[in-house]
Design a protein around this ligand. Structure first.
Ligand code: AMP
Ligand code: MG
Length: 338
């Protein structure tokens, strides 16, 4: 299959919508990462998404809408706290998991009775969903296991020839995938995947007593243990090299990597360190910079061919928690303390 490269102009959005109406797949930009979109109501489109990505079929797809008013047509019940979250963060990088209606096929929900719903802020994504007239199921547009794509070129590298089209909307603003929460019947909110919408903001919106963080966000869950979100159990984002997270002060980190200068290593540092004497790749000083460049840097590590990459540990709150969560998966949870 030849993969068409499209732009966000009106005529290309129409072309992309025509492909989606026929059951084809289109990669679209969003504010988080690029999504691989198909008709969320069509089991065959969802099956094609899993096949194109090589994604395990029990890992559910997020359903993207372009109007908060359509949630009721997809979800059976919307607790007040879910509505509060929509008001506070939609359109934006927050996915809310609710009980699904029958219109969402099990092929889209990964066999679950719930569905993750998101109203993206990206104007191109909104225009595409509107033009289609149905919601779009869209996981990240990468091959399963690879870092998520934050440019059209990343998508092309992974999926060229496997999907009908890619809309090039430039570099994604946020750079890490959406915050995922579930909301139960009593309105309790559980954070399953941290993102740009932080744990602290969720607490401020619905009250801290109504928010908890799932096991697995920052802890390793053993094989065979039950997870609340299937995506938690898969190794992810991993470059070819062995990745290790290094905790400690800036000075301790510099001494740690310099002590290993005779080995074939790379320091994935912030960029504000002085005196690093090994090959280094900075991924940003502030959590926003780190989120923005994380996946591009992880992809670029494959060109460096270091045996081990020592990553300076990011902050663990706010947006830093999202960066830390992705790095833990890239490192297979391997962390050392200086
Ligand atoms: P991706 O679309 O690749 O960013 O991944 C979507 C993430 O959301 C995965 O970690 C999924 O396991 C999670 N997710 C989506 N829908 C649900 C659901 N209904 N229940 C639990 N987790 C979900
Ligand atoms: Mg993904």
């Amino acid at each position: 299959m030849k993969t068409l490269m499209l732009t966000p102009c009106e005529s290309d959005i129409k072309k992309a919508a025509a492909i989606l109406k026929e059951g084809g797949l289109v990669a679209m930009p969003t504010e988080t990462v690029y999504g691989l979109a198909g008709n969320a109501f069509d089991a065959n489109s969802s099956a094609a998404i899993y096949a194109a990505k090589g994604r395990p079929s029990d890992n559910p797809l997020i359903v993207h809408i372009c109007d908060a008013g359509t949630v009721d047509t997809i979800a059976k019940a919307v607790p007040d706290n879910a509505a509060r979250l929509f008001d506070a963060f939609w359109p934006g990088p927050l996915t809310v998991i609710l009980p699904k209606r029958d219109i969402i096929p099990y092929a889209t929900s990964g066999g679950l009775d719930t569905v993750g719903i998101r109203f993206p802020a990206n104007k191109t994504a909104q225009a595409l969903i509107r033009e289609c007239g149905f919601p779009l199921a869209a996981p990240s547009a990468n091959l399963s296991g690879h870092p998520s794509p934050t440019t059209a070129q990343h998508v092309k590298n992974d999926l060229d020839g496997r999907i009908a089209a890619i809309i090039d909307g430039g570099i994604c603003a946020v750079g890490v995938e959406s915050t995922v929460v579930s909301v139960d019947e009593e309105g309790h909110v559980t954070l399953l995947r941290p993102g740009f919408v932080s744990l602290e903001e969720l607490r401020d919106t619905v009250g801290s007593e109504n928010v908890s963080m799932a096991r697995g966000v920052v802890e390793h869950i053993g094989d065979g243990e039950r997870v609340l979100s299937p995506g938690m159990k898969y190794r992810h984002y991993a470059p070819d090299a062995h990745v290790v997270i290094v905790e400690g002060s800036r000075e301790e980190y510099v001494s740690f990597v310099n002590a290993r200068r005779d080995e074939n290593i790379c320091a994935m540092c912030f960029g504000d360190e002085q005196g690093i004497k090994v090959n280094c790749v900075p991924y940003g000083i502030t959590p926003a910079e780190q989120a923005h460049s994380l996946f591009d840097v992880l992809r670029s590590l494959d060109d460096i061919s270091a045996d081990t990459v020592y990553v300076r540990c990011p902050e663990k709150d706010g947006l830093g928690l999202a960066v830390y969560n992705r790095l833990l998966r890239a490192a297979g949870f391997e962390t050392v303390r200086c």
